[in-house]
Design a protein around this ligand. Structure first.
Ligand SMILES: Cc1ncc(COP(=O)(O)O)c(C=O)c1O
Length: 208
């Protein structure tokens, strides 16, 4: 509609709904060889890093173990992520369709900590006049990262740089307490490391 084609498609990642909704039509074009160079990126939280640190295996989709087993990237259905403001990104697993694409390297994943995403959200609010949800701010942090990378490597602020499409999945008008913490320098980052993920997965392996 706007006569542009993206070089990057970026969405934040909780379980996969908004990311898949935005990116799958473009992934289809990649699959049929129409867009080899296109980068499709899921931006998750460092507090629930299923795509970047989780295992690709069968796991329950819920902590109550009521769903069928799903083959997906997971940090374990018992894992309780730290209390980040982007509550929608605390899910332990990932949509099996998205997991499959990641397994086959058709998409990429990145993880961002909350101070960084609020910094990105602040810049976005000031430039666009829209306060993004902390979840959506993960996508914005990734957009800024890739735009800066282009500028640094090419030395160019050219408008003909890469076209980055991202999904603003929600507004942040109900998340002002997170913004308040960020603006008063009280926000802390949470990084879940590989050892914590392995421990969580060991526990569910022994209880399954
Ligand atoms: C604004 C917003 N964006 C993204 C998400 C993440 O969900 P999903 O990855 O399923 O789109 C949530 C979840 O609650 C949300 O509230």
């Amino acid at each position: 509609m706007i006569d542009e084609e993206p070089d990057y498609v970026i969405g934040c990642f909780g379980g996969g709904s908004n990311f898949a909704g935005l990116s799958f039509p473009f992934v289809r074009e990649k699959l049929v060889g129409k867009r080899d160079g296109l980068r499709v990126i899921a931006a998750e939280s460092t507090a629930a890093p299923k795509l970047t640190k989780g295992d690709f295996r069968y796991d329950f989709g819920d902590t109550g173990r009521l769903t069928p087993l799903i083959r997906m990237y997971t940090v374990g259905h018992d894992f309780v992520p730290p209390p980040i403001h982007a509550g929608g990104l605390r899910y332990h697993g990932a949509a099996p369709t998205v997991s499959h694409l990641l397994k086959h390297s058709l998409i990429e994943a990145e993880a961002y900590p909350q101070v960084r995403i609020f910094k990105a959200a602040k810049l976005f609010s000031q430039t666009e006049g829209i306060i993004p949800a902390p979840e959506s701010a993960h996508a914005i942090a990734s957009v800024i990262e890739h735009a800066r990378h282009f500028i640094k490597n090419s030395g160019s602020h050219d408008i003909d740089g890469p076209v980055i499409l991202f999904n603003l999945s929600g507004h942040g008008l109900l998340d002002l307490s997170g913004y308040q913490e960020f603006l008063s320098n009280k926000l802390v980052d949470f990084h879940v490391d590989l050892e914590q993920v392995k421990e969580s997965l060991r526990k569910i392996s022994s209880s399954n």
